[in-house]
Design a protein around this ligand. Structure first.
Ligand SMILES: NC(=O)c1ccc[n+]([C@@H]2O[C@H](COP(=O)([O-])OP(=O)(O)OC[C@H]3O[C@@H](n4cnc5c(N)ncnc54)[C@H](O)[C@@H]3O)[C@@H](O)[C@H]2O)c1
Ligand SMILES: [Fe+2]
Length: 403
């Protein structure tokens, strides 16, 4: 049941009366081209740090930026170590291993530079350093008991928006699932948004992470928990991404498109922090956990089909989305604009060569039942979906991707 309508600014009470909503974000955000040069001076303003650990991945270390930051930290009297062992879409075991490496020596500041995998891991290391419990005991909502050590998060994909969300996602191979740890203690002290760092993103990662960001914005906008604050970020995210995703994909050096994508991704993270994602993410997690399908690719494949399923419950909202995407039909509302949104998503996935068939990843008809049962357990997100989705509906959506 939708809780309010933003049509004409009028608020409508739902079944349960007025529902308060919440927004929280990073402590401070420094954005713009070459914003990374502000990192060390700003850190000095935040506190008297002595021992930093830079969490990143080999592909980013090769870019030279890490070395430059380490030099600047050194000149500022802050020692630093660099760890590059966080794996893409990290497992619980990977988090445990890298944590034990980090915690072996003094550390009072963590700087995460990378995609969502690095940022999520950095957030977890931060809270484990002040409360060294097993990471499995944190899975769920509000189970982190203490603030962690301060973090600076620098996203290099556009992206998960993880830099501004209270979420960290881990993979549990034994359960063939990806699952979330949600706590306000995961929010960072500072975020640096620098589009120059995303110019090196290969085309396939630009496509997948850009579609993930778009999915965050769209799912937040149609979520049962959508509210005036999340709507503002969601619509602006949709506008920015719709105007820049294919530009960034075709011309990676287009800094204006890269900046729009990074802002769009951050706004998507802000929207989802408040409104949550929904069925697309719920159905994507088992595809990541069981078949290692990259998060953004899984979302891209599911997005148009889940929106087609939801369509009759959200025509009004998809009309606003169509307008934000610059689609002419958006002015008319109803079926036409909803279908235009879904059509455009299919066009993007085709233009950016994102697969639309699960068989390409080894999924068969025989896997559908297990995938659907796993997805049906992601109730935290399914509850946000504007239209209830039972097991049969989930199976029929997976089957659409097995033509
Ligand atoms: N915390 C949240 O709110 C949230 C939201 C959505 C997704 N996630 C999670 O984030 C993870 C995915 O993150 P992602 O999509 O950003 O991908 P990623 O972090 O796994 O990165 C993908 C690949 O791109 C490389 N890379 C990153 N930046 C690069 C650059 N500038 N140049 C060249 N290569 C670069 C990485 O080294 C990696 O190999 C998943 O685990 C997903 O579940 C978290
Ligand atoms: Fe996502």
């Amino acid at each position: 049941m939708r809780r309010y309508s933003s049509e004409g600014g009028a608020r409508v009470k739902a079944n349960h009366g007025f529902v308060p909503y919440k927004f929280q974000t990073a402590g401070s955000i420094i954005a713009g081209q070459n914003a990374i040069s502000e990192l060390v001076p700003r850190i000095k303003m935040h506190g008297d740090f002595r021992h930093a650990v830079i969490v990143t991945q080999p592909s980013l270390k090769a870019m030279g930026v890490i070395e430059r930051i380490a030099d600047e930290l050194n000149q500022a009297g802050i020692s630093s170590r660099c760890v590059t062992e966080v794996k893409p879409e990290p497992t619980v075991d990977n988090i445990r291993e890298v944590y034990s490496n980090i915690s072996a020596e003094p550390v009072d500041l963590l700087i995460g530079i990378g995609g969502g995998s690095v940022l999520d891991a950095t957030k977890l290391f931060s809270v484990l350093l002040t409360d060294p419990v097993d990471v499995m005991s944190l899975i769920g909502t509000d189970l982190v008991l203490r603030p962690g050590i301060p973090t600076v998060l620098v996203p290099t994909t556009s992206g998960t928006g993880s830099e501004v969300t209270p979420n960290a996602i881990v993979t549990i191979p034994e359960q063939e699932l990806k699952i979330g740890i949600i706590s306000r203690h995961l929010l960072p002290m500072m975020v640096i948004i620098d589009p120059v760092l995303t110019v090196s993103l290969p085309q396939a990662i630009t496509a997948a992470t850009g579609m993930d960001a778009f999915t965050h914005a769209l799912e937040s906008y149609i979520s049962n928990k959508a509210n005036p604050i999340s709507d503002m970020f969601a619509l602006e995210s949709i506008r920015l991404i719709a105007g820049s995703l294919c530009r960034a994909y075709h011309t990676g050096s287009d800094l204006e498109a890269r900046e729009n994508m990074l802002l769009g991704s951050m706004y998507g993270g802000m929207a989802l922090s408040s409104a949550g994602t929904a069925a697309v993410h719920a159905l994507a997690y088992p595809l990541g956990g069981k078949f290692n399908i990259t998060h953004g690719v899984a979302n891209s494949m599911l997005l148009p089909h889940v929106m087609a399923y939801n369509m009759d419950a959200i025509h009004d909202r998809l009309g606003h989305v169509a307008r934000a995407m610059g689609l002419q039909d958006g002015m008319e509302g109803g079926n036409a604009s909803s279908e235009a949104v879904i059509r455009r998503i299919f066009e993007w996935t085709a233009e950016m060569r994102i697969p639309q068939n699960l068989r390409a990843f080894g999924v068969t008809e025989g896997d559908v039942d297990d995938l659907a049962v796993a997805a049906s357990k992601v109730t935290r997100l399914l509850h946000n979906n504007p239209k209830p989705m039972d097991l049969a509906a989930i199976k029929s959506i997976y089957r659409k991707l097995l033509p």
